[in-house]
Design a protein around this ligand. Structure first.
Ligand code: ZN
Length: 316
């Protein structure tokens, strides 16, 4: 595993500094980073996700190796692929729940790291972590309540209200709502293993690939897949606007790296709202209301760093 790791370290050593570990626990890759209280990443490394035992052992050893030259570890933050248990009263707090990712169901991620390091561990979904990073250092710094969406292999969404992610029963799973079918997409069964044609089943990167046999970026601009995708994501935005009333929607993830898609989604969001929401942001300001993330591929580790900072602050 370490042979495939890609380490990147910067800045000088300071053995007396309070430092924080950030773990972006993804279904295909893990990223571990060391950061400071100013939100600066000092050092980071990525490696492919293997089975839980090997991957968490590698995480512990890489955090230890990366942290040692930089200072004393004060807390760890983990943004984790889900579903995850976020209720601190649960015996399964910090665990990954039932997941299609082979071998990972009922894995104790937060507890494994807490036992290894003896420091506070902040734990949340990967999407909530990225949302927190965009709120603290990125495209949603000036609003208190917003939604962060990630459109990739799956579809996830973090809902931030008054600066904190909503947890509630578990955490929002906005990818699993049921959109109205696009007329050009009547027959596709969808790919969600739980629901078939929920939004994730119809509009995730996996769905695009299953429907068209290609990635979105490989399809000509005239291919109906673009229109179908924009329509489903416009429905998602419109439904979020009428249910959680966000002050902004930030849309990231691999599918959203196709720049042509965002204006199409704004158009379809306006269509599905049907003129009902009479706010300047919707009527004339959608290009400032539905936006791309500002932190790029660093959102995940920065989000985990934010979770670590918050965990240390709670400890006092
Ligand atoms: Zn689903």
């Amino acid at each position: 595993m370490n042979k495939q790791a890609n380490a990147l370290c910067s800045m000088t050593m300071n053995n007396h500094a309070r430092i924080f570990a950030a773990v972006e626990a993804g279904g295909t890759k893990f990223a571990v980073a060391i950061g400071n209280e100013r939100g600066e990443i000092l050092c980071q490394e990525r490696f492919p996700t293997a089975d839980p035992v090997a991957t968490l052992a590698a995480t512990v050893s890489r955090v230890r190796a990366l942290a040692t030259p930089h200072g004393e570890l004060a807390a760890i933050g983990v943004g984790c692929f889900g579903p995850v248990q976020l209720d601190p009263r649960s015996e399964q707090y910090g665990f990954i729940g039932r997941t299609p990712k082979a071998g990972w169901s009922s894995t104790d991620v937060a507890g494994t790291l807490a036992r290894a390091f003896g420091v506070p561990v902040g734990f949340d979904t990967d999407t909530n972590a990225a949302a927190l990073a965009e709120h603290r250092w990125g495209g949603a710094r000036d609003v208190t309540s917003f939604v962060y969406l990630t459109i990739g292999t799956g579809i996830g969404g973090g809902v931030i209200v008054d600066g904190a992610p909503i947890h509630g029963l578990m955490h929002p799973e906005v990818g699993h709502i049921y959109p109205r079918r696009h007329p050009l997409d009547a027959k596709f069964p969808g790919v969600c293993p739980f629901h078939g044609d929920c939004l994730e089943g119809l509009a995730s990167g996996s769905a695009i690939n299953a429907r068209s046999g290609a990635l979105l970026r490989e399809l000509d601009a005239a291919h109906p897949q673009w229109e179908i995708e924009a329509d489903y994501l416009g429905q998602l935005c419109a439904q979020l606007i009428v249910t959680v009333s966000p002050l902004r929607i930030v849309m990231g993830g691999g599918v959203m790296t196709q720049w042509r898609l965002l204006p199409m989604i704004r158009d379809r969001t306006g269509h599905w709202l049907g003129g009902y929401i009479e706010r300047e942001q919707i009527l004339t300001g959608l290009e400032r209301y539905i936006i791309a993330p500002q932190l790029g591929e660093n959102a995940g580790v920065l989000g985990a760093l934010a979770l670590a900072l918050d965990a240390a602050a709670r400890r006092g």
